[in-house]
Design a protein around this ligand. Structure first.
Ligand code: UT7
Length: 325
């Protein structure tokens, strides 16, 4: 019998501290950096974001989101066989955030590793987990996107520091006789690493190179609209369905103008596009599972719906997962 994977539960976690555009602009003003709440909202759709406090680590947020996903699936930590965390802001160089989550949850029977594909991380992680479940090697997987991107911000760079936020989202996937995941599609172009990166590293106890997030916003914008559109059409074709059979689009939440452009290309109405960037900002690998959980808990995305999840970001990387809930 063909084996598939399907999503049995979702969860998310946001840091307690909410920072409005007004508050952020006042903070930037004190540093001599000029911006305005109006600029941020009109260019990006962002109204606020959450910033993690000292105790709200990437692993902590990930474990909270994972707990909620397990709870909604009716599963206990001992039953989890695999934990995959997508993150570019791991709390330590090693071990992985996934191992920290395994320890926090006491999910003693789970293998655990991280995936690094920046804002595409969650769709990369889901694709890997789907393959590992379909191969029969693993019965189920907790797939988590968790980020504390506020750590990477250069608060003197107004072109980036107003865009990002912190948070985590998770899904619990399990083997099933029916899909579940209908098709996946991943791509990368390492030649474009310079348009979005954090190039620094630690060497012999010192930071070598630039430790802040850098982005050519316009280049990323154009590339994101182009690749998300083509990736969507490819994954839809792979699954043997048509765009009008997609019930909801859950794209990476970077800029509301990018989401609108992709939805327009797919001829999907506004009601079919899940938007959380206004409340969360860009949370990188966490944005897709956070938006998915938000829509599930609002009772918009329900069992049986066909949902298109899409990631795009540093690498350059991009990809899509088409899933029946
Ligand atoms: O997660 C990975 C994916 N990331 C993305 O998808 C991000 C993609 N890029 C974008 O969303 C947009 O390019 C941005 C929101 C980053 C920028 O919007 P834009 O419409 O492309 O603006 P721009 O970079 O062309 O800048 C327009 C003006 C510039 O001033 P001048 O040169 O016209 O005088 C900027 O210096 O806006 C200025 N500007 C700001 N002004 C006030 C840039 N940042 C700010 C700011 N506040 N925070």
């Amino acid at each position: 019998m063909t084996q598939y994977s399907s999503i049995l539960g979702t969860g998310s976690c946001l840091p307690e501290r909410v920072v409005s555009n007004d508050e952020l602009v006042k903070f930037l003003e004190k540093r001599g950096v000029e911006s305005s709440a109006e600029w941020i909202e009109s260019r990006t759709g962002i109204q606020q974001r959450h910033f993690a406090g000292p105790l709200e680590s990437t692993a902590f947020l990930a474990a909270q989101a994972a707990s909620k996903a397990l709870e909604s699936a009716g599963v206990i930590p001992n039953e989890v066989t695999l934990i995959v965390v997508a993150t570019s802001t791991s709390d330590q160089i090693f071990p992985s955030t996934a191992c920290a989550v395994q320890s926090i949850l006491q999910a003693k029977n789970a293998a655990a590793f991280d995936v690094q594909a920046v804002c595409s991380g969650f769709v990369y992680a889901m694709t890997i987990a789907d393959s590992m479940i379909r191969s029969g090697q693993f019965k189920n997987a907790l797939v988590i996107g968790s980020e504390v991107f506020s750590r990477l911000m250069d608060w003197d760079d107004r072109g980036t520091c107003v865009l990002f936020g912190d948070g985590a989202g998770a899904v619990f996937m399990s083997a099933s006789s029916e899909p579940g995941v209908l098709a996946c599609e991943l791509q990368a172009d390492g030649d474009q690493s310079c348009i979005l990166n954090t190039p620094g590293r630690i060497e012999n106890g010192a930071i070598v190179g630039d430790p802040f997030l850098r982005m050519d916003g316009q280049a990323v914008f154009k590339q994101a609209v182009a690749v998300l559109g083509s990736s969507a059409l490819q994954v839809i074709q792979k699954a043997g369905i048509t765009a009008d059979q997609v019930d909801f689009l859950v794209p990476h939440q970077a800029n509301v103008r990018i989401l609108q452009a992709v939805a327009k290309r797919l001829k999907l109405s506004e009601e079919k596009t899940i938007v959380t960037v206004n409340q969360h900002g860009n949370t990188s690998a966490a944005s897709v599972p956070l938006a998915l959980d938000y829509a599930v808990r609002q009772n918009r995305i329900k069992k049986g719906h066909t949902v298109l999840l899409q990631g795009v970001g540093g690498g350059f990387t991009w990809g899509s997962v088409l899933v029946r809930m």
